[in-house]
Design a protein around this ligand. Structure first.
Ligand SMILES: [Zn+2]
Length: 291
């Protein structure tokens, strides 16, 4: 579907509250095939309702069904229906037997330094999807992540539970503010974005595209933000472990084990040992994914 773009004439005639900036974002947006098809479906349904008003109920039901499908796609973190979504490393990286370990929700002043020491002890590189407000609170820690060779990427400004309900303007604000904060600390603007809990709506994709960000989800996650059982979390992450996998752990918001330690700190050494045994190399996304 290369080259397919939405005709934006309709947006140019939209009410004044739709800013020129937002129009420009939409004008440049290359929607995923499913979204382009959805726009077409809306046009057909509207035309059908105008030409044959007695069919309006069916047209409305079709549009409602379409919205249900798109809404469900937004609740499925690994879905590519709403736009590009990286769930595995590229084939070339897999051929090099590379794997990406990613950490969400940090930086955390106590836990992140311990994660960094564990990674260093194994000679491993990783990617930290940081919440920009937390990064702003701990800039020296963010710089330390970079100094040790890891990547710092965008995990939103505030990590709100309502992230999947944002407007296009709301997404632009969350993403741009986070980009500016992180770039101001590290000197490098993030290239990758991960949605809080992986949840989003169709308006995230044009906001990502306008900022040159790529959505990254995962191959497998351990649910270490909810589950304090290290054995179970490690099993979820390592079952079917293969080159090219993207794994998720949390340095912020990690659940606690019975001993009260963040479960990710108990799981990480197991993951690193398993990777070493399988002759897999943990790498940072920015060094293995072509720009
Ligand atoms: Zn998160």
């Amino acid at each position: 579907m290369e080259g397919l773009a939405i005709d934006v004439e309709g947006f140019r005639a939209a009410p004044a509250r739709v800013s020129a900036g937002i129009q420009a974002v939409v004008a440049r947006w290359r929607p995923a095939p499913a979204l382009a098809g959805s726009v077409g479906l809306h046009c057909v349904a509207c035309a059908a309702a105008l030409v044959a008003p007695e069919q309006a109920t069916w047209a409305l039901a079709t549009i409602a069904g379409n919205h249900l499908v798109l809404g469900a796609a937004g609740l499925w973190p690994r879905s590519s229906m709403l736009g590009r979504n990286v769930t595995r490393l590229p084939a070339e990286a897999a051929a090099r037997r590379e794997v990406a370990i990613t950490f969400d929700d940090g930086p955390h002043p106590q836990h992140t330094p311990r994660v960094l020491d564990m990674l260093q002890a194994h000679g491993a590189r990783a990617t930290f999807f940081c919440v920009a407000q937390a990064a702003r609170a701990h800039p020296e820690l963010v710089r330390e992540i970079v100094r040790r060779g890891h990547g710092v990427e965008n995990h939103s400004l505030r990590h709100r539970a309502t992230f999947a309900l944002h407007s296009l303007r709301g997404y632009r604000h969350e993403l741009m503010a986070a980009q500016e904060i992180i770039a101001g600390i590290t000197g490098r603007a993030p290239r990758f974005f991960r949605a809080p809990a992986g949840l989003r709506n169709p308006l995230l994709d044009p906001a990502l595209q306008s900022l040159g960000l790529t959505l990254v989800s995962w191959t497998r996650r351990g649910f270490d933000a909810r589950d304090g059982n290290a054995a179970t979390v490690a099993r979820r992450l390592l079952r079917g472990l293969a080159p090219g996998d993207i794994l998720v752990l949390h340095d912020g918001h990690a659940a606690r084990t019975r001993r009260g330690t963040p479960v990710s700190l108990e799981v990480l050494p197991r993951v690193l040992d398993a990777l070493a045994q399988a002759a897999l190399t943990p790498v940072a996304l920015h060094e293995t994914m072509p720009a």
